[in-house]
Design a protein around this ligand. Structure first.
Ligand code: S3P
Length: 170
């Protein structure tokens, strides 16, 4: 049982969703994928939401989802790669939980990121992933309570995240 939320943050392609979903399942902890939650509510994919309503509408939905989550059972939560960009979002996460950075080296992200599912990146390509990484990495590191080094493959990542969750009382 978790006492507070655990928010996974980090770059697109760092492993927030794949690790989060699996660890929550293994440890029987409630799990929320924020992108999935938003697309279920809006009734379209995140890519379609960007196209139809624009990035600001999506960012507002992220903030509203975080506010809603503060009223729910403590869960393991995969955020979107840009959720940390708003100071307000950072404050909500800090006040309602613990923040874990899934820290994956840029070269590995570039090696296997699925651009087609990521509207901000799809048109601009890998150069944009690199630009976002350099723009965001200091923000990710400064807001994180824990940093999980995800440079040793998926299974080591699972173990690393499970260790942090155990530290949180799971
Ligand atoms: C975004 C990352 C995406 C999604 C949206 C915006 C970003 O989530 O929230 O496309 O700004 O980095 P992932 O980090 O799961 O790809």
């Amino acid at each position: 049982m978790l006492e507070r939320h655990v928010f996974l943050i980090g770059m697109p392609g760092c492993g927030k969703s794949s690790l989060g979903k699996r660890v929550a399942g293994n440890m029987r902890i409630p799990y929320v994928d924020m992108d999935q939650r938003i697309s279920d509510i809006v009734g379209c994919t995140v890519s379609e939401m960007f196209e139809r309503y624009g990035e600001q509408a999506f960012r507002n939905a992220e903030t509203n989802t975080l506010i809603q989550l503060t009223r729910e059972t403590p869960s393991l939560i995969s955020t979107g790669g840009g959720t940390v960009l708003r100071e307000n979002n950072r404050a909500i996460m800090r006040n309602s939980g613990v923040i874990v950075l899934i820290d994956r080296p840029l070269e590995e992200i570039l090696g296997d990121i699925k651009l087609d599912r990521r509207p901000l990146l799809a048109q601009k390509g890998l150069g944009e992933v690199e630009r976002l990484y350099h723009e965001r990495i200091d923000i990710y590191r400064s807001v994180a309570d824990f940093v999980m080094d995800n440079s040793n493959g998926y299974h080591a990542g699972l173990r690393g995240l499970e260790q942090i969750m155990r530290h949180m009382g799971c």
